[in-house]
Design a protein around this ligand. Structure first.
Ligand SMILES: Nc1ncnc2c1ncn2[C@@H]1O[C@H](COP(=O)(O)OP(=O)(O)OP(=O)(O)O)[C@@H](O)[C@H]1O
Length: 614
């Protein structure tokens, strides 16, 4: 972040002294470029659409103007009535909403005694909307910060009166305006007064296209802060962030991940996985491998946390705070894209993506969890050898440079696979999770927007099964892409067994689950036996039926034959009886024909003669 000549004093807009005091308490000696461009405009009377690289300080670029707007409102001596709201900030996730509330509160600590500006957090699954409304009426906050769904429900209460709202902010606005959210966001906006300022912020706001105008902005100013490379080309990521890729075969991904996590130099790493069930599975698996394998790091020194969208809010916040506050020499957060945008944990110095995200914008957001605010960070993406390497050029067009990382670890793939299988064999529930995770991955792979690079038929399904530790290729439509040669090459038998396991004796460690499985196995066996018996009965019946059918058919044939013979005999008799009279008729006809022929000849000669006369 270039901060020279960006002194807070140099702002054309004069900020409240207590706000300046708060800023200085945070150690922000100077403004970031996006703050310098945005704050004066947004504090005055401009709507703004702001795009700047990840970690460039966009949050303060709207928090400061929001606080200034509230100060301006109070300066007009207009009393605030019960139920009135002055500012609203909408965000896509609960974690982000509570992070932004913390950022507001960092400055609000410095407001003078006669000022009572407060915030209220409105996020789903925390308390009820009734409780939110009750607390709102009690505490009378001027600033509401929340996620879309809960905010919409909250505004449904007649006690909440947003008609005096001064400023609306959509953070991660392109996400809020995409299909999943836009309907609710626009419904919220309809409830707000037109006379207000609106600010849209994101590192990838261009992706929202003309949708930004649905928010009812009046002549917005577009502020774009991008970096330039030394050769003058544009760079969509901060200078402090280095992005690399590792080219490998799918089966080596877990091995490489373990090697990176245990050997690479970092303090806090975020590892991105494509699905919730994938996060669940790999958290358990990696933890087990770290405990069981002889790695250059112990499980005490490497603390692992995980969050995903299907986790309860309280558990999500606990894991996130645990990761942010962890003092272990290495801490790792496994997550889905739920923690890809906006999350600001300054100590994160490594981001690993096991696969590129389905949406290329998300690649910037994920990578941008490190290399923030001028701190050096490294983001690594794993790409399957072959067509997936086209992703490098694909991202280059989007001003993202990805260089190759030659990384070689010394773990043995076989040792890891063996440890994985042993761990899976200890409890069948783990195997169920592994299959679900693999199937979910394939489903997510089909959603890549860059579908010419990430093609389902291009995936190496057997290696993918190996990566997930599966004993057998699961039955799913996509495995039709596996060729016979591939089965042979990978030494997988025609039934899809990678490693032969007796599934009938493969146990769940949980007694209730195991009992249920045994019960199902018994029922299944009984059913199979009774089906076999039924099939045998049917077979016998068919045999019997076919013997009696044959006799019947013979009889029918004989009957038919005798009928035909009788008919032929009758015809013969009739023919013999008619023989003489038939011949007579023919003779008459023949004589008539000769007579007719003679008559024609005479006629035609006569006609010809008359012609000659002409
Ligand atoms: N003026 C400043 N001087 C120094 N550090 C700053 C300044 N403003 C913000 N920061 C720090 O920069 C980091 C990134 O800021 P912020 O989270 O606002 O980035 P962002 O642009 O919103 O990123 P993203 O697009 O990823 O959400 C934060 O840790 C914040 O404390």
């Amino acid at each position: 972040m270039t901060t020279s000549s960006l002194d807070w004093d140099s702002l054309s807009y004069k900020l409240q002294p207590w706000i300046l005091e708060g800023i200085s308490s945070l150690g922000y000696d100077s403004m970031t470029p996006v703050q310098a461009s945005t704050i004066p405009l947004f504090c005055k009377h401009k709507d703004v659409v702001v795009e700047a690289v990840t970690g460039s300080g966009k949050t303060m670029a709207y928090i400061i103007p929001v606080l200034e707007k509230i100060a301006q409102y109070y300066a007009q001596d207009i009393p605030l009535l019960r139920g009135d709201v002055l500012a609203m900030v909408l965000l896509p996730t609960r974690e982000l909403a509570s992070q932004v509330q913390r950022n507001f509160d960092q400055l609000l600590k410095f407001q003078p005694d006669d000022s009572d500006i407060t915030t209220q957090l409105l996020v789903g699954a925390v308390g009820s909307v009734r409780e939110d409304v009750y607390s709102f009426l009690q505490n009378r906050p001027q600033i509401l910060i929340g996620t879309v769904g809960r905010m919409l429900e909250f505004l449904g209460s007649s006690n909440v009166k947003p008609k005096s709202l001064q400023v609306l902010v959509l953070d991660e606005a392109d996400r809020l305006l995409d299909l999943g959210f836009s309907h609710d966001v626009l419904t919220i906006i309809e409830k707000l007064p037109r006379q207000r300022r609106t600010g849209l912020f994101s590192a990838t706001i261009s992706s929202a296209g003309s949708d930004i105008f649905k928010t009812g902005m009046a002549n917005p100013v577009r502020i774009v802060v991008k970096n330039n490379n030394s050769d003058g080309s544009k760079n969509a990521v901060p200078d402090s962030l280095g992005i690399s890729y590792i080219s490998l075969t799918t089966d080596k991904k877990i091995k490489t991940l373990l090697e990176l996590l245990s050997k690479y130099h970092y303090k806090k790493a975020i590892v991105y996985l494509p699905t919730c069930v994938g996060v669940q599975y790999f958290h358990l698996l990696l933890q087990a491998l770290i405990n069981n394998l002889d790695l250059p790091i112990s499980s005490e020194d490497l603390k692992m946390f995980s969050i995903h969208g299907k986790l309860e809010t309280a558990a999500r916040l606990k894991a996130l705070n645990g990761f942010a506050d962890s003092f272990a020499s290495k801490s790792v957060l496994l997550t889905t894209d739920v923690a890809a945008r906006g999350l600001d944990i300054p100590e994160v110095d490594l981001v690993i993506q096991l696969d590129p995200p389905t949406d290329p914008d998300m690649f910037l957001h994920r990578s941008g969890r490190t290399g923030r605010a001028n701190k050096v960070g490294k983001a690594i993406v794993m790409l399957n050898e072959g067509r997936e390497l086209d992703y490098i050029d694909f991202m280059k067009v989007r001003n993202v440079q990805i260089s190759e990382l030659k990384f070689s670890g010394d773990l043995e793939l076989d040792t890891i696979s063996q440890a994985m299988h042993n761990w899976l064999l200890d409890d069948r529930a783990r195997y169920d999770l592994a299959v679900r995770a693999m199937v979910a991955f394939v489903k997510s792979y089909s959603k890549h927007t860059a579908s010419s690079i990430f093609r389902l038929q291009g995936l190496d399904y057997i290696q993918l099964c190996k990566m997930y530790g599966l004993f057998r290729v699961p039955k799913m439509p996509e495995t039709k892409f596996i060729t016979k040669e591939k089965y042979e090459e990978e030494k997988v038998d025609e039934e899809g067994w990678i490693i032969k396991v007796d599934m009938d004796s493969y146990k769940y460690s949980h007694p209730d689950k195991e009992e249920k499985r045994l019960e199902e196995l018994r029922t299944h066996k009984k059913l199979k036996e009774s089906k076999l018996r039924a099939a045998k009965r049917r077979e016998q019946k068919a045999k019997n039926a076919s013997w009696s059918n044959q006799t019947k058919q013979k009889e029918v044939k004989q009957e038919r034959r005798s009928i035909t013979e009788q008919r032929q005999l009758a015809k013969e008799r009739e023919r013999i009886a008619n023989y003489n009279s038939e011949d007579e008729e023919n003779e008459v006809d023949w004589k008539d024909a000769i007579r007719e022929q003679k008559r024609r000849k005479t006629t035609s000669t006569a006609v010809q003669g008359s012609f000659d006369d002409l």
